[in-house]
Design a protein around this ligand. Structure first.
Ligand SMILES: *[C@@H]1O[C@H](CO)[C@@H](O)[C@H](O)[C@H]1NC(C)=O
Ligand SMILES: *[C@@H]1O[C@H](CO)[C@@H](O)[C@H](O)[C@H]1NC(C)=O
Length: 691
């Protein structure tokens, strides 16, 4: 943004009255038109866009308000603090628009976020800052004394670059005793002037006539300029050459090849002999054309020798002369209209671009402002602008030469993260020229996806008696967003487990999702936990989802079997009675044991480890039943002692032993007498009970 030091100074006073009476601002469809005179001093205020576009000061700053001109000219500047449009450099209407009227500067005020375009037209009105101007100081004519009244002599019209009433309005010729002035208006408004002889000349009376031609403009104050016209009266016998036409018109296409013959002019001379030979040339004041065109002095053929560019100059007006050997001349004009050829491709300029745009941008969001122009004219300069119709974007024409690229559908970064949008501008020439411009548009992420776990729930196994702090499972969620919106943290959702907070049992590593057992578990106390893990992304606001983890504690063989029967009491001794009459297979007793572990760890087997007489008893492997395996005889001792081992099936297995006392007797006294010894037995010195 340009800044103008003048802002602090007082603006020149001279333009104030002008400002009041000339400036007109009108609002039409987001378009503002101002009107200022040319040549205003730099820094003069043209208008205020805050007022005239209905914007506010903050919007100018936030939208980075700036001026865009198609040709890059910087006649008007913007003071973004105050919203003033100011004259940034000298504006000379004549330089800007030549004879074109009205003359306007037009440009766009661009604002971003959201993009806005406002067209501003500044009409530059003419001031009478140019006087009429003749290209020569004087003109010399040779007029034969035999010329008849009514003979016409073409004069060069003066030029005044101002327009309308400030340009040439009239001419006066002085004196008017022999010649009168004839002013003919051309269709284009310019004037063509000629002298008409109205009283015959007499060489013997006056050989030379001096006249003054004055051109006046209509400005206030009026400006004028004069040129001397010297008329030399020739003897009746002398004849000057005469061009076949007073004006030659020809068209030449731009980029015409060098050497192209445009036309052939001719002048005739009624003199005989050497005087008849006429030489053609450009008049002296047409030097600018002499680098582009050549006039063959002998044939009168005019050819192209330079490069004609319609975009630079659309027509040429060349004064030509025919001179005979006697030095007598005639003048004429060649008007060359240059015609346009489609030699320029459209030019696409991106004047404002939002990139990247958020993926949740609504349809019709403006992505870019484009200026597309073609220097050619007519169809050659008419442009069609389009993009691939499959893309979710479209081109809208906002004002002449300005287009906006807008979104045309819902966008989703997770589906298509970027687009290459190729804008094609094609002119309607034949053949047409086209230009492409590709915008690589990226979509920025919006937190529109929550983290997702690959499973609805997880199951984990922990073997009891684990070491505290052991990591037993890692949960991982994924998030389709990107950046912070996809950065996931894991948390343990608090809940009550066994009347304790879940965090007393488990913890989660926020970054890795590793789940740790905080303490050692005992399968015999609790076999299963359900905890909830939350995955939360780093978006704003964050999104989360949760997953249930079922933690199953696995048994370890950490408990030995426990014998419930026979009870190994502290004080008394239990003995089982077997009558001597008992048959083979007599059920003596049943060892009952339990194991608080589970599964194999609690699957018990019973074996006879020691016995007073191994041949008499057996223990059921599965059921712990102690049975006789032969007939009891009188020889068998009353006291029988069996040691049964109970083993679980764990790896390694654990076991317990139990002593089973058996009394082989038919009567209680018999037993009693035998068992009194028992009480002295080291191992069995408890009170004896019979069952
Ligand atoms: C867009 O163009 C660039 C450069 O040619 C290329 O690297 C990229 O893959 C293109 N992207 C798409 C979505 O076509
Ligand atoms: C887990 O997520 C479900 C839905 O996704 C929700 O209803 C529930 O409240 C969440 N549970 C916790 C503990 O956050």
């Amino acid at each position: 943004m340009m800044s103008y030091s003048w802002i602090s100074k007082n603006p020149p006073l001279s333009w104030w009255p002008l400002f009041v009476c000339v400036f007109v601002a009108e609002m039409a469809l987001g378009q503002v038109r101002y009107s200022i005179p040319e040549e205003m001093s730099t820094g003069s205020v043209v208008g205020n866009i805050i007022q005239d576009l209905g914007l506010d000061v903050k919007r100018l700053t936030s939208g980075r308000a700036r001026i865009f001109t198609e040709d890059g000219s910087e006649y008007i500047g913007l003071n973004a603090e105050k919203g003033n449009l100011v004259v940034a450099k000298r504006i000379d209407r004549e330089e800007l628009c030549k004879q074109l009227s009205p003359c306007s500067l037009y440009f766009q005020i661009i604002l971003d976020n959201p993009m806005e375009l406002h067209r501003i037209d500044v009409e530059i009105t003419d001031i009478n800052d140019n006087a009429p101007l003749f290209s020569k100081k004087e003109y010399n004519f040779q007029v034969s004394e035999s010329a008849l009244p009514g003979a016409r002599y073409s004069l060069e019209s003066a030029k005044d670059p101002d327009v309308a009433h400030n340009t040439i309005q009239t001419y006066k010729l002085n004196p008017t005793d022999h010649f009168k002035l004839n002013i003919i208006s051309r269709p284009d408004g310019t004037k063509y002037i000629e002298m008409v002889l109205h009283t015959s000349l007499d060489r013997e009376k006056q050989e030379e006539h001096k006249l003054t031609l004055t051109a006046y403009d209509g400005g206030n104050p009026q400006k004028s300029s004069s040129v001397k016209i010297n008329v030399l009266v020739l003897d009746a016998n002398d004849n000057a050459p005469v061009f076949s036409q007073s004006v030659y018109r020809v068209t030449a296409s731009e980029n015409a090849k060098k050497g192209t013959v445009l036309l052939r002019v001719s002048a005739t001379d009624n003199d005989k002999g050497t005087n008849e030979e006429v030489v053609y040339s450009f008049s002296q004041h047409t030097d600018s054309a002499s680098s582009l065109f050549n006039m063959d002095p002998y044939t009168g053929e005019m050819t192209v020798i330079g490069v004609l560019d319609y975009e630079k100059t659309k027509h040429y007006e060349i004064d030509i002369e025919a001179t005979d050997k006697g030095g007598l001349t005639d003048t004429s004009k060649v008007l060359i209209e240059v015609t346009d050829v489609n030699d320029n491709a459209p030019i696409i300029s991106v004047i404002s671009l939002s990139n990247p745009i958020p993926e949740d941008s609504a349809p019709e969001t403006v992505i870019a402002m484009l200026n597309i122009k073609d220097l050619d004219s007519g169809k050659n300069g008419q442009i069609k602008c389009f993009i691939n119709p499959d893309l979710p974007f479209k081109i809208k024409s906002s004002s002449i030469n300005f287009y906006s690229l807008v979104s045309d559908d819902i966008l989703d970064r997770e589906t298509v993260p970027e687009y290459n949008i190729t804008i094609t501008a094609m002119d309607e020439g034949s053949p047409p020229y086209s230009t492409n411009k590709t915008i690589n548009l990226r979509l920025s992420d919006v937190n529109d996806h929550a983290p997702e776990f690959p499973q609805q729930f997880f199951t984990a196994l922990i073997t009891e008696n684990n070491s505290p702090g052991m990591s037993f499972l890692s949960v991982k969620a994924s998030d389709k967003d990107s950046g912070n919106n996809a950065r996931i943290s894991y948390f343990l959702e608090d809940s009550q487990l066994n009347g304790m907070s879940a965090s007393a049992y488990f913890s989660v590593n926020a970054e890795s999702g590793d789940i740790l057992a905080v303490r050692s578990f005992d399968y015999e106390q609790r076999k299963e936990f359900k905890i909830c893990i939350k995955a939360q992304d780093g978006g704003s606001p964050p999104l989360s989802s949760n997953v249930t983890v079922r933690v199953m504690i696995q048994d370890q063989n950490d408990n030995a079997p426990q014998v419930l029967y026979p009870v190994q009491t502290g004080g008394s001794l239990v003995a089982e009675m077997v009558p001597r009459s008992a048959d083979v297979g007599y059920l003596v007793t049943k060892v009952v044991a339990v194991d608080v572990d589970s599964g194999q760890n609690a699957w018990l087997s019973y074996k006879l480890q020691k016995a007073t007489d191994r041949a008499l008893f057996e223990v059921g492997l599965q059921n712990g039943e102690v049975r006789t395996i032969r007939q009891v005889t009188d020889k068998d001792a009353v006291k029988q002692r069996l040691t049964v081992i109970v083993e679980d099936n764990g790896q390694p297995s654990r076991s317990a032993t139990v002593i089973v006392n058996v009394a082989v007797a038919d009567s209680f006294p018999e037993v009693l007498s035998e068992f009194t010894d028992f009480t002295h037995d080291k191992e069995y010195n408890e009170n004896l009970t019979f069952t």
